[in-house]
Design a protein around this ligand. Structure first.
Ligand code: MEV
Length: 443
């Protein structure tokens, strides 16, 4: 292991050479480091190559567990939902919530809108804004013509460009305008489609301004990019039940449970510190579906949090209400998903997950993801407002602690049994493990 020097042209090295450089430069035991990387190589060379080619400089694979949550009744259809996540308690919590709502009518989900947005961000130093606006209106059809080949397939599927208009942003930044385009990208997330269209719009805009009578007859295009904020690609999911059926399983009465639950939601609606954690729990569920379905969880995260802050303060994505003897709990969250394109037809586990759900389109997948987010939040709030979160969480985390301690299968079984009736805090698990290893019989 030496003092690492700048390396030139790294991406052009072979995979073997990259690994050799890495293990020699950064690891005391380079053989062990190499062995760790190799442990995660896939025996099937073709499959490994597929993964190698997803990104640059791939050295090996990074596993996430792929789990399933059965019994998700959504709009009368029973789903077994694929979920990929590292956090121990998430799938268990989703599945528990799905069970709770299964015989109460399940989740009612609907997509409220499916519009995506992108911008050509540009500068124009002229004074006569009305002339610029008129030009954009006059040349509107040219944007459509210039992209007609790119949009052909999307139009056949019922989507395409919905509108293109000028937005004056000069009050934010001098001389700054946007050409704002709205799209329907059907079952694809549409990022490449939108960005390709936008770059073509920019070319048209530059050419047409140059030919026009505008003064000056030139613009500076700063950038062309879709927006991952898609408040008009919005999905809603809801559960409802007579309050009398809010039977929780502990000694809290249904009415008191519903009341405390609703108060917990109100806290998240008004208190940003709580709202962030509350929404993080929702995203535990949403992200794991997004990852398992090969979608872009960073886009979904960024969008959800921007939406949560749309009123000027960061708020809960879920809401609850008690009226006329009924408890209602719902989520409204924007997300931009695809079930075609991207890695959806490449990654074997993504294909597996989509097949398991009956090959949903983007709208159906949005409904599933939002329902899982709502279910996740229900489970979290149910624990938080009754037993406390640590009971269930640590029960699921117990195996991680035991694996860290390198417990044998027999030791794991004994200790899991030992903690069946009380919360396994870390220090207690370590102590129980040491006592067991020391020959003590745990009772
Ligand atoms: C943990 O990953 C998520 C929770 O903190 C969410 C919440 O507090 O609502 C349990």
């Amino acid at each position: 292991m030496g003092d690492t020097k700048y390396i030139k042209g790294f991406s052009k090295l072979s995979k073997e050479a990259k690994i050799e450089w890495l293990v020699q430069e950064y690891f005391n035991d380079s053989e062990q480091a190499l062995a760790t990387l190799k442990t995660y190589w896939n025996e099937d060379a073709k499959l490994q190559k597929l993964h190698d080619e997803f990104i640059e400089n791939t050295l090996t694979n990074f596993y996430l567990p792929f789990g399933i949550a059965p019994n998700f009744l959504i709009n009368g259809k029973n789903y077994t939902v694929p979920m990929s996540i590292e956090e121990s308690s998430v799938v268990a919590a989703a599945a528990k919530s799905a069970n709770f709502w299964y015989n109460k009518g399940g989740f009612k989900a609907e997509v409220l809108s499916m519009v995506k947005i992108g911008h050509v961000h540009f500068l124009w130093e002229g004074e006569n804004k009305a002339e610029l606006k008129k030009l954009i209106t006059d040349i509107n059809s040219k944007f459509y013509e210039a992209t007609s080949q790119v949009t052909e397939n999307m139009r056949k599927r019922g989507g395409g460009i919905l509108s293109i208009e000028l937005v004056d942003k000069t009050s934010d930044i001098p001389n700054y305008y946007q050409l704002e385009a709205r799209f329907d990208t059907c079952d694809s997330m549409g990022a490449n489609f939108i960005n390709t269209c936008l770059e073509k719009f920019a070319d048209v805009l530059k050419e047409e301004v140059a030919k026009s009578n505008l003064s000056p007859a030139e613009i500076e295009v700063v950038m062309c990019i879709l927006s991952n904020y898609t408040p008009e690609s919005l999905v809603r999911s809801e559960v409802r039940t007579p309050i009398a059926q809010m039977v929780e399983g502990t000694d809290i009465a249904p009415e008191a449970f519903a009341e405390r639950f609703t108060t917990a939601v109100k806290i998240a609606e008004t208190q940003p510190y709580r709202a962030v954690t509350h929404n993080k729990g929702i995203m535990n569920g949403i992200d794991s579906v997004i990852i398992a379905s090969g979608n872009d969880f960073r886009a979904v995260e960024a969008c959800a949090h921007a939406y949560a802050a749309r009123n000027g303060s960061y708020q809960s994505l879920t809401h609850a209400d008690m009226s006329d003897g009924e408890f209602r709990f719902w989520i409204e969250v924007p997300m931009s998903l695809g079930t075609v394109g991207g890695i959806t037809t490449l990654h074997p586990m993504v294909k597996f997950g989509l097949e398991m759900m009956g090959h949903p389109g983007a709208e159906e997948l949005m409904q599933v993801a939002a329902s899982v987010g709502l279910a996740q939040n229900f489970s979290a709030l149910r624990s938080l407002t009754t037993t406390g979160i640590q009971k269930g969480h640590m029960k699921m985390h117990l195996l991680n602690i035991l694996n860290q301690l390198e417990a044998t299968e027999d030791e794991k079984q004994t200790i899991v049994k030992y903690f069946i009736n009380h919360t396994p805090h870390h220090a207690e698990v370590v102590s129980a493990f040491k006592r067991l290893r020391g020959g003590e019989v745990l009772k």
